[in-house]
Design a protein around this ligand. Structure first.
Ligand SMILES: [Mg+2]
Length: 251
């Protein structure tokens, strides 16, 4: 019996909540400190420019700063993720729209959280948002290994593996994301794509500098719908209005 109901893959940061408000800036600060220490060549921590260059280079080249730090500086993923996701009071830093639980309940099909953030952080955010119970699975960056290699979004290998594990045809999966690179990869595999633009940073430095987001350097004014986007919504609240387009007409 084929699975007829859709499978929703939801990103977390800047899709279900406004990470650019306080969380991403804090992660960037933590990341800068971590990179400065790591690049220390015996003359004290690396300077700001060197740190920024490394962070952005790795983000652009590998899709995640973490991957560059592992590859070029032999850092341990756990250590990097732990140190960069330290917050004084995470709860007070979270900003999100109201009514998300109602929306998730209303959307037909299973939901999986698929985030490049670490498990501990994303669990905590989901708990504060009160959304945990609406997701059948929670896939954080620690679980994104394919053939023993860390393959976070936008890895096609990761998405393919997930489809296989879930035994679902790509066209029955809907990826809900703010990051266009990931949506593009998903579309290439045949998934349906919903682009959430509400939290896209006008200032590219806010969103593009963290490993939890592969956010595009696109200003709000240029968020035209690219061909690999099936539906562009300002907020996840509008997903329901686009259900037909996202799920097809066959169920
Ligand atoms: Mg995101």
């Amino acid at each position: 019996m084929p699975k007829l109901s859709p499978l929703w893959l939801f990103d977390l940061d800047n899709t279900l909540h406004d990470a650019s408000h306080a969380i991403f800036p804090a992660i960037t600060t933590n990341m800068n400190a971590f990179i400065a220490q790591t690049l220390n060549k015996g003359n004290g921590p690396a300077d700001t420019q060197t740190v920024n260059t490394a962070r952005l280079l790795y983000l652009q080249r590998y899709g995640a700063t973490l991957l560059g730090m592992i590859k070029h500086h032999a850092v341990r993923a756990e250590e990097f993720l732990h140190d960069t996701h330290q917050f004084d009071d995470l709860r007070s830093m979270i900003r999100a729209e109201r009514g998300l639980a109602r929306l998730l309940k209303r959307l037909p099909g299973r939901k999986i959280l698929l985030t490049n953030g670490p498990q501990r952080y994303s669990r905590e955010v989901m708990r504060h948002l009160g959304l945990h119970r609406y997701f059948a699975k929670h896939i954080a960056i620690e679980s994104m290994h394919v053939h023993r290699q860390l393959r976070p979004k936008p890895s096609k290998l990761l998405l393919r593996k997930l489809m296989r594990q879930e035994r679902i045809a790509p066209h029955r999966c809907i990826l809900v994301e703010d990051t266009s690179k990931t949506l593009k990869a998903a579309k290439a595999l045949g998934l349906r794509t919903a682009w959430v633009t509400r939290y896209l940073a006008v200032r590219s430095d806010v969103n593009a500098n963290t490993q939890t987001s592969l956010a595009p350097k696109i200003a709000i004014t240029t968020t035209k719908r690219p061909v690999y986007i099936d539906v562009k919504v300002k907020s996840v609240h509008h997903l329901f209005d686009n259900l037909r387009r996202l799920t097809g007409t066959s169920f």
